[in-house]
Design a protein around this ligand. Structure first.
Ligand SMILES: [Zn+2]
Length: 418
């Protein structure tokens, strides 16, 4: 159903949660008696209320239903939600177009989803029996005292933990590949207000810095983006200020990352969550992740966005069910700050091909397009090993309906007292 404007959205939120100011509505909902008792509040929207009331009354009390963003373009995710729901309520899925498309995927792959907002500890509980997934060592050669996040904590993952990563590997990854992924995505993490281990991060460029300050949440109901710049024009005219700032986002060239480290990090996350019985097939992948940056021919990595995607990270891991070597054995979708990254795990011993040549890549790409017809896959350049400057494609703009003192304000630095 379509939720047209803010008032309707608030009404809808109130209907579902009982509170109009709730910011988040969970995907998974229960058709409770309380919800049904709230249905008369829909009458203010006139005729459309009838359809809505009929819809909600049609769900048996106590059964679950899903609320999903308006445009469901990520069909895999949609299928997973629907499947989850059918399992919870123990009803069989009706054959739909969606399922036909998803079967495209399920015929070939075992699919597992890992959500960053769920608590899940992966690996052996007993420290003495743990083997580090990345260096193969155990106690007493290495220690397992640090909490190793399966997806970096800086990307918003709170709940997914890999027990089988030793303190040494944890520290090494923190200072290398994980640092690079944080640098590359910091801007988006800040825009979305995603916190890391040390709270809200600051992206520091050449004379410019940007930070998300949540302290205004309590009074304004939204957080504040704080942009610090070295000079300000002597004016409060929005257009002149915008003019002055144009090109400011180019000022992050001193922030550098190694592109291939991003790809390594993506794969490291997958190896942190999969069942350890599969790890022997990924020995080549682990060696690659551990080595110093080296030139390789690597499979492509794609990027895409799905409207209204959740900000908390999730990882969907696909493992091939059969021996058909035209398909890569393992590939995955990682979602960070609402953006999706799709990649093949390279150097797997179960792959006959490397998926680097045009025809192999094109075969897989075409198959992906069939499985996810509305997704626009954009290739990313993540093979390079030279430190690369951060480039942010963003414009600074003050919309005409924004009011100084309400939507934005200027703060002058205080002169240090003598
Ligand atoms: Zn280790």
């Amino acid at each position: 159903m379509d939720i047209g404007n803010i008032a309707t959205a608030q009404l809808f939120t109130k209907l579902i949660t009982g509170n109009p100011n709730t910011e988040k509505i969970n995907y998974l909902q229960t058709a409770s008696q309380e919800l049904k008792d709230r249905l008369p509040m829909l009458d203010v929207i006139g005729e459309r209320a009838y359809e809505l009331r009929k819809f909600f009354n049609g769900i048996p009390t106590g059964q679950h239903f899903l609320i999903l963003p308006e445009r469901i373009e990520d069909r895999i995710q949609m299928y997973l939600y629907t499947k989850l729901l059918s399992e919870i309520d123990k009803v069989s899925l009706q054959t739909t177009d969606l399922e036909k498309i998803a079967s495209y995927l399920y015929d070939h792959y075992e699919v597992r989803t890992f959500n960053g907002d769920e608590r899940l500890n992966i690996g052996v509980f007993d420290r003495k029996k743990r083997v580090c997934r990345f260096c193969g060592r155990s106690m007493p050669d290495v220690k397992f005292t640090q909490k190793a996040h399966a997806i970096s904590e800086s990307l918003g993952n709170k709940g997914l933990v890999c027990r089988e990563e030793c303190d040494e590997c944890n520290a090494r990854f923190n200072q290398t590949i994980e640092q690079d992924i944080t640098r590359l995505l910091q801007f988006f993490l800040i825009l979305k207000g995603i916190k890391g281990k040390n709270g809200n991060p600051t992206l520091q460029g050449d004379g410019i810095s940007i930070k998300n300050d949540p302290s205004s949440q309590a009074t304004l109901g939204r957080s504040t983006l704080v942009l610090k710049v070295p000079t300000m024009p002597d004016t409060h005219d929005p257009q002149e200020i915008v003019q002055h700032f144009s090109g400011s986002f180019a000022g992050f060239s001193s922030v550098k990352y190694i592109p291939q480290n991003i790809y390594k990090c993506f794969c490291k996350y997958v190896l942190s969550v999969i069942d350890s019985k599969f790890l022997p097939y990924f020995k080549g992948t682990i060696d690659w992740i551990n080595e110093a940056p080296t030139h390789h021919r690597l499979p492509p990595v794609w990027h895409y966005t799905v409207p209204n995607s959740t900000d908390s990270p999730y990882l969907i891991v696909m493992q091939r069910k059969h021996k058909h070597k035209n398909f890569p054995y393992c590939w995955a979708i990682l979602s960070i700050a609402g953006d999706q990254y799709l990649f093949i795990i390279p150097f797997c011993s179960l792959d006959k091909y490397k998926f680097v040549g045009n025809s192999r890549v094109e075969f897989f790409h075409q198959w992906l397009k069939n499985a996810m017809p509305n997704i626009n896959l954009q290739p990313m350049k993540l093979h390079g090993i030279a430190p690369t400057s951060l480039k942010i494609n963003a414009n600074f703009n003050i919309s005409p309906d924004c009011v100084e003192g309400r939507d934005y304000y200027f703060i002058k630095p205080q002169k240090p007292s003598k």
